[in-house]
Structures are given as structure tokens and as C-alpha cells.
Design a protein around this ligand. Structure first.
Ligand SMILES: CC(C)(COP(=O)(O)OP(=O)(O)OC[C@H]1O[C@@H](n2cnc3c(N)ncnc32)[C@H](O)[C@@H]1OP(=O)(O)O)[C@@H](O)C(=O)NCCC(=O)NCCS
Length: 174
């Protein structure tokens, strides 16, 4: 927990210094944001999730959905959605709007989200990531995730080919 909260403070401080504006914030999102979440998802994945699908996540008590907010905009610029079962969790999706990528915001978002999961009693977090997704792999490794498996042909690409995935997990401190 201490490490995650240090990461969060360091990242937000760096961003404040670099951007000279309000620091990004991470907060839970409501159904009023479902359309925006679906828009962001569609920029990132071949099979987009609809606004009603996001609304269903938002009313599911086993799902934790946090949004990234930048500046004074009331709209999220990114999200992470995780399903929890007892003390384990699976990150189902993470995405930032294209204009928010490449500026370190994803680390702030994930660090805060993992802290929230730890506070909710989650002890291990799992995820799958395409083996060629370098920003996502760098993000997860930086936060301490390590590889636990390899899934050949796990993802279907829009062109009909398939991509391999790494399974990763992270143990959260109690
Ligand atoms: C994955 C995603 C959330 C990462 O967010 P981001 O804003 O692009 O990444 P950040 O700027 O926070 O950087 C995260 C890490 O990736 C690295 N990185 C960023 N772009 C990179 C690139 N093109 N190639 C290699 N590494 C890259 C950064 O250097 C950083 O690593 P570091 O902490 O070791 O320096 C974002 O790219 C995204 O929304 N992608 C589309 C959806 C997606 O792929 N989600 C993950 C599914 S598993």
C-alpha cells in the first residue's frame, strides 16, 4: 500500500510540475459517464463495449470502475474496470483516450485503482495483455506485475489473425 501511494504522489507531483495545471485525479464514475467510457473503449479495442455494457458494470457490486479526470473537465479521459471475486480480482480493461496517452497518466490511474482494490481486501490481481502491446506491458511491469503464463492465439484481431497474450499477476500487500 505504501509503495502504491508513493507512486501515486510521485506521479501526480511530476505531472503538476510538467503541466503547470491541476493534477489528474482518479475517481469512481457513474452511469452518466457510460457513453464517454464506451467512446474511449472504441478508440482502443477492435470489439467495442457499448454504453449499456458499461452501465451494467457500473451497477454490478463485484465490479470496480475508476476513471481518470484531467484538468477541469467533468468527463473521464480514461478508465480501468476490474471484476472482484472474494480476495482476487481480474482487470478486464484499461484504456485512455488517445489525446491523454503517452503522458504517464495510466500509471497514476492504475496505482490509485490498485490501492482501492487493496483497501477493499483484494490480495491478488490478474490480467491478460497482448504480447506486442508495449505501453501496456511497460505499465504493468512498472507497477510490479509479473508474468504467470502465456496464451497462444488468445486475442482475435480485426484482420482475422490471432495474437498471443501474456497472463500476469500482482500480489497486493495486506
Ligand atoms: C495501455 C495504455 C493505458 C498506457 O497508457 P499510456 O498513457 O499510453 O502510457 P504511459 O504514458 O502512462 O506509459 C506507460 C509506460 O509505457 C511506456 N510506453 C509508452 N508508450 C510506449 C511505446 N509506444 N512503446 C514502448 N513503451 C511505451 C512508457 O515509457 C511507460 O513506461 P515506463 O514507466 O517504464 O516509462 C494506453 O496506451 C491505452 O489506452 N492503450 C489502448 C488500450 C490498451 O492497449 N489497453 C491495455 C489492454 S491490456
Amino acid at each position: 500500500m505504501a509503495e502504491l501511494s508513493e507512486t501515486w504522489s510521485r506521479v501526480t507531483q511530476n505531472l503538476r510540475e510538467r503541466l503547470g495545471g491541476p493534477a489528474p485525479s482518479v475517481a469512481s464514475v457513474g452511469s452518466e459517464h457510460a457513453e464517454r467510457l464506451a467512446e474511449i473503449h472504441a478508440t482502443a479495442f477492435a470489439k467495442p463495449w457499448s454504453a449499456p455494457e458499461f452501465e451494467a458494470f457500473l451497477t454490478n457490486s463485484a465490479v470496480q470502475l475508476d476513471g481518470l479526470f484531467l484538468g477541469r473537465s467533468p468527463h473521464p479521459f480514461g478508465f480501468v474496470v476490474t471484476r472482484c471475486v472474494v480476495d482476487e480480482a481480474e482487470i478486464l480493461s484499461v484504456a485512455l483516450a488517445p489525446e491523454a496517452r503517452g503522458r504517464g497518466h495510466s500509471r497514476a490511474l492504475l496505482a490509485r485503482h490498485l490501492g482501492n482494490l487493496a483497501e477493499a481486501g483484494i490480495r491478488r490481481v490478474h490480467l491478460e495483455v497482448e504480447e506486442g502491446n508495449r505501453p501496456a506491458l511497460a505499465l504493468y511491469r512498472r507497477l510490479g506485475f509479473s508474468q504467470t503464463g502465456y496464451r497462444e492465439g488468445y486475442y482475435a484481431r480485426p484482420d482475422g489473425t490471432r495474437a498471443n497474450a501474456l497472463s500476469m499477476s500482482l500480489v497486493l500487500p495486506p
